[in-house]
Write a protein that binds this ligand. Structure first.
Ligand SMILES: *[C@@H]1O[C@H](CO)[C@@H](O)[C@H](O)[C@H]1NC(C)=O
Ligand SMILES: *[C@@H]1O[C@H](CO)[C@@H](O)[C@H](O)[C@H]1NC(C)=O
Length: 369
C-alpha cells in the first residue's frame, strides 16, 4: 500500500449546516441551470483540501481512495477525499443547499457531461507552481485549462450570454498554496539561518495573480479564497522538529502568502468593480484550534488521528495504519489533513463569520450578491 507521499496541505476546512432556504429546484436533465437561490453552482479549484476524487483517476501516489479515509463518510466510503469524512467544499455546498460538485475527471468521462451544476477540479498535491508535485496531480494551471473547456461547453449548451450570467452568479472556491509552502519549508529546514521567505512568497503571489486574472477572464465574478492554514503545525512538519513544535518557517510563509493574497484580491477588485470575493484567513482560524483545543471542542491538536509512528505522523493513513476512536476530538485526520470536525468548524467561520477571519465579507454575504 503506497503511503501517500507529500500530499497536500493541512489546512482548514469547513462547516456546516446552515442550509438556508436555498433549495435547489428539482434539477431536470435539461442543460439549463435551475437553482432557485442566488448561487446556481460552485466551481472548485485547488489541492487535497478540496479534492473529492479527481486523483482517483490519475496514476499517482497522492490518493486517498482507500481505508481508513472515509470512515465517517456516508456509507464509510473512501471517495478519494483526504479526510475521515467530508471536506470543506462539501460543507460549503451544504451551507448553500447545493450538492457538493463532483470531480471533473469523473464527469468528463460521461457521454452526457453536464457542468451547469458545478464541478470540482481540485487535485491532491496541486500547488500554485506547476513544479509542485509535478506529474502527480492536476496542477492549478491544468485545472484552469479544464475550466476553460467547461466554460466553452457551457457557452455551447446555454448560449453565450446565459453562460456568462451563470458563471458570474456561481461561486468559485479556491484553496491553493499549501503544497508549495510545505515543499519550501521542507527544503529549507536544514539550515537554521534561512533567508526571509518573502522572495519565495512574492514569486508565488505573482503566479497566483496571473492565475486569478485568468479565472476572471473566464467569467468568474464571485471568488471564495481559502487562505493557507498554519501548515507548519501539520503533524508531518511538527514531527520533523526535535521539540515537536510547529515549523516557524512554514507558518511564517503561510501568513505572508495570505497577506499577499489579500493584497492581490484587493487590487483585482479595484480594477474590476464587477468582481467580489471573500478571503478566509485559514491560518489565524486554525491556530485558534491548535492553541486552545479544549475551548474549541478538541482534545488533540498535535498528533494525527490516522497514521503510524511518532504522533501518527511518520506514515500516512493507510489500511495498515492505526486510527483514533474519537475523530471529533482530533484537529488532524492524517499527517497533512484536517478532520471532518475541523473542516466543519472552519467552514462555519468562513460562511457566517466576520473580519478579520473572513473579509471583506463572509461567504453568506458574497453568495447573496
Ligand atoms: C504551467 O503549465 C501550463 C500548462 O498547463 C503552461 O501553460 C504554463 O506555461 C506552465 N507555467 C510554467 C511557469 O511553466
Ligand atoms: C470526543 O472528543 C470530544 C472532544 O474532546 C468530546 O467533546 C466528545 O465527548 C468525545 N466523544 C466521545 C464519544 O467520547
Amino acid at each position: 500500500m503506497a503511503a501517500p507521499a507529500a500530499v497536500t496541505s493541512c489546512r482548514w476546512s469547513s462547516m456546516a449546516v446552515v442550509i438556508g432556504l436555498v433549495m435547489v429546484a428539482a434539477t431536470t436533465f435539461s442543460a439549463a441551470p435551475v437553482a432557485a437561490g442566488p448561487v446556481p453552482a460552485i466551481y472548485v479549484l485547488g489541492d487535497s483540501l478540496a479534492d473529492v476524487g479527481n486523483n482517483n483517476h490519475l496514476v499517482t501516489l497522492l490518493r486517498a481512495d482507500f481505508a481508513h479515509n472515509g470512515i465517517d463518510y456516508p456509507g464509510h466510503k473512501a471517495t478519494g477525499r483526504f479526510s475521515n469524512g467530508k471536506n470543506s467544499v462539501d460543507f460549503l455546498a451544504d451551507s448553500l443547499g447545493l450538492a457538493s460538485p463532483p470531480p471533473y475527471l469523473a464527469v468528463a468521462k460521461s457521454s452526457n457531461a453536464n457542468y451547469a451544476n458545478g464541478v470540482n477540479f481540485a487535485s491532491g498535491g496541486a500547488g500554485v507552481s506547476n513544479a509542485t508535485n509535478k506529474d502527480q496531480c492536476l496542477s492549478f494551471d491544468k485545472q484552469l485549462d479544464y475550466l476553460s473547456s467547461v466554460s466553452a461547453s457551457l457557452a455551447q449548451s446555454l448560449g453565450q450570454s446565459q453562460a456568462a450570467t451563470h458563471l458570474a452568479k456561481s461561486l468559485f472556491a479556491i484553496t491553493i498554496g499549501s503544497n508549495d509552502i510545505i515543499h519550501y519549508a521542507k527544503s529549507s529546514s536544514s539550515s537554521s539561518s534561512d533567508p526571509s521567505p518573502q522572495p519565495f512568497v512574492d514569486a508565488l503571489a505573482q503566479t497566483l495573480s496571473a492565475q486569478l486574472q485568468r479565472l476572471y477572464d473566464m467569467g468568474a465574478r464571485k471568488l471564495v479564497f481559502l487562505g493557507v492554514g498554519p501548515v507548519g503545525c501539520c503533524p508531518s512538519l511538527r514531527e520533523l522538529s526535535s521539540t515537536k513544535d510547529c515549523s516557524a518557517v512554514a507558518n511564517d510563509a503561510a501568513v505572508r502568502y495570505n497577506a499577499a493574497a489579500a493584497s492581490l484580491l484587493g487590487a483585482m477588485k479595484a480594477k474590476h468593480a464587477d468582481m467580489s470575493y471573500a478571503l478566509f484567513d485559514s491560518s489565524a482560524a486554525l491556530l485558534r484550534f491548535i492553541d486552545s483545543p479544549a475551548a474549541n471542542g478538541f482534545a488533540e491538536a498535535k498528533a494525527a488521528c490516522c497514521g503510524l509512528g511518532d504522533m501518527n505522523a511518520k506514515i500516512g493513513c493507510t489500511p495498515l495504519s492505526l486510527y483514533c476512536a474519537n475523530r471529533t476530538g482530533y484537529v488532524f485526520w492524517d499527517f497533512y489533513h484536517p478532520t471532518e470536525a475541523t473542516a466543519r468548524k472552519l467552514t462555519a467561520m468562513a460562511f457566517d463569520g466576520s473580519a478579520p477571519l473572513i473579509s471583506p465579507m463572509n461567504i453568506r454575504q458574497l453568495s447573496a450578491l
